[in-house]
Design a protein around this ligand. Structure first.
Ligand code: GLN
Length: 491
């Protein structure tokens, strides 16, 4: 018998609609699970239990009045870089300590409009810079499958909370892999939508030309449900796309006959862990058995993607993070004059990785170096995007690993930033090209760690990658396994 907090979003929505449980009971079960496990897991930075229960009671009352929005009464957690009215929004950084958001991000407002209950705020790498959540200024988050390991990042709290049944679903953000990689490490489904599919209004910007908000969920169907809820044009974000928002969940089902799935010949690289490769290749075989035609494709410029990303993302970050100066938000360290105050506030407020990126980004934009680095990186970005356009003439979606390895130990990579940067080798090209990708559980290593399959689609073809993911998921048992948290020793 599963407990209420273990339900998927689709299951919970059905139960609530049939009045088999109330939202107040559902939210209480999730809060109890947070109480029980989060001391070990550390997924949440703040939980507003009182507000969550109040929202749940309001949802129950709305249902009694005859309302029936798709997520009415369903508890969802959000990454700590999305603004939620009246709640802290630290982005995992000391520099935003004490800042309280005065408005809802559009994705949050849309979740509320769909009836969702907002539970609390999830831990992350500071300003979404990192791949293990160890760059949080507040606490590490641990992988529910093995508490000595990282949950991935930067949306590590969002992934761990879903895996530990401490939320039915969560929102994360993905600039170079930050939804898909932690979803892979924690055995959940993580979707990075097409650039512009979801409004970025109220998302604290890291790299504005790459950032997208997306859902982390227990199943592909739930991912589809949340994507429909948060997508759409928003006058507050001029890059949001004016394209119709389909009912993605209604389009799921069927096998993969007639679909061509591409395998990039450059992606099965030397550093790829043998067990990860085995699981991904078995998943490819499963897709073939479901009727897909597997074709070889080439993405020759992907090998430059990590280098290009660390020029473009740091350049944009150096500009975006200039606003944290101790005048308007959060921490202020007084100085002799305003310039002294900015310097002291930033020195005290930003962590080491954020400083490294601001310095890198400022350098690649500086006069004399701009053309050699930034401009050249933009040109290679175009080549990477064109590779995908060419590939999608031969196939409908692309299959790759999500990450080269499964979850590693806390502390193992934190002093080797380059190694950590290379962990996003398969996910970064998708952000650079502005297209969509989803991570779906595809097996476990011999150490019982989840492995993710990465399904990549053309711009605005989330329907295709969700269809592939759903067919694969329904044919395999991986998404049904649960981590044993209580039996693991606290370290
Ligand atoms: N790990 C990558 C980085 O450190 C990606 C982060 C992200 O997608 N926000 O920049």
């Amino acid at each position: 018998m599963s407990t209420l907090n273990q339900l998927t979003v689709a299951e919970a929505a059905a139960k609530l609609a049939k009045r088999e449980c109330s939202s107040a009971e559902l939210v209480a079960a999730v809060l109890a699970s947070i109480e029980k496990h989060d001391k070990q897991v550390g997924a949440y930075l703040t939980v507003d239990a009182e507000s969550a229960l109040e929202q749940a009671r309001a949802a129950d009352a709305a249902r009694s009045r005859g309302e029936h929005q798709p997520l009415l009464g369903v508890p969802v957690g959000v990454k700590d870089l999305l603004n939620v009215t009246g709640q802290p929004c630290t982005c995992g950084s000391k520099i935003l300590k004490g800042y309280v958001a005065p408005y809802d991000a559009t994705a949050v407002a849309k979740l509320r409009a769909a009836g969702a209950v907002i539970l609390g705020r999830l831990n992350m790498d500071e300003f979404a810079m990192g791949g293990s959540t160890e760059n949080s200024a507040y606490q590490p988050t641990r992988n529910p499958w093995d508490l000595s390991r990282v949950p991935g990042g930067s949306s590590g709290g969002s992934a761990a909370a879903v895996a530990a049944d401490e939320a039915l679903a969560t929102l994360g953000s993905d600039t170079g892999g930050s939804i898909r990689q932690p979803a892979g490490f924690c055995g959940c489904v993580g979707l990075k939508p097409t650039y512009g599919r979801v409004s970025r209004y109220g998302l604290t910007a890291f790299a504005s030309s790459l950032d997208q908000i997306g859902p982390l969920t227990k199943t592909v169907r739930d991912s589809a449900l949340l994507l429909s809820a948060i997508s759409g044009r928003d006058p507050h974000d001029s890059t949001s796309l004016d394209a119709p928002v389909p009912d993605y969940a209604a389009q799921l089902g069927g096998d993969l006959k007639g679909l061509r799935l591409g395998l990039p010949k450059e992606y099965f690289i030397d550093g790829l862990d043998a067990e990860v490769e085995q699981s991904v290749r078995a998943a490819v075989d499963q897709c073939r058995a479901l009727g897909a035609e597997i074709v070889e494709i080439s993405l020759p410029h992907s090998k430059y993607a990590v280098a290009v990303y660390y020029i473009i993302a740091t350049a944009e970050a150096s500009a975006n993070l200039a606003r944290f100066d101790g005048v308007r938000y959060g921490l202020r360290v007084d100085g002799e004059d305003p310039i002294d105050q900015y310097g002291k506030t930033r020195a005290a407020g930003f962590g080491q990785e954020v400083k490294r990126r601001i310095i890198l980004g400022t350098y690649v934009l500086s006069s004399g170096y701009h053309d050699a680095y930034y401009l050249r990186a933009q040109k290679v970005r175009t080549l990477i995007r064109r590779d995908f356009e060419t590939a999608f003439q031969k196939c409908d979606a692309i299959l790759t690993p999500v990450a080269p390895t499964a979850a590693y130990k806390l502390g193992e990579q934190i002093n080797d930033p380059l190694k950590m940067y290379l962990g996003d080798i398969f996910t970064i090209p998708v952000n650079l090209a502005g297209i969509c990708g989803v991570s779906v559980p595809c097996g476990f290593t011999s150490e019982k760690l989840p492995v993710g399959l990465h399904i990549v689609g053309p711009a605005l073809r989330e329907d295709v990658i969700l269809k592939v993911g759903h067919a694969y998921e329904q044919a395999t048992p991986w998404h049904l396994r649960k981590p044993e948290i209580s039996s693991q020793k606290a370290e």
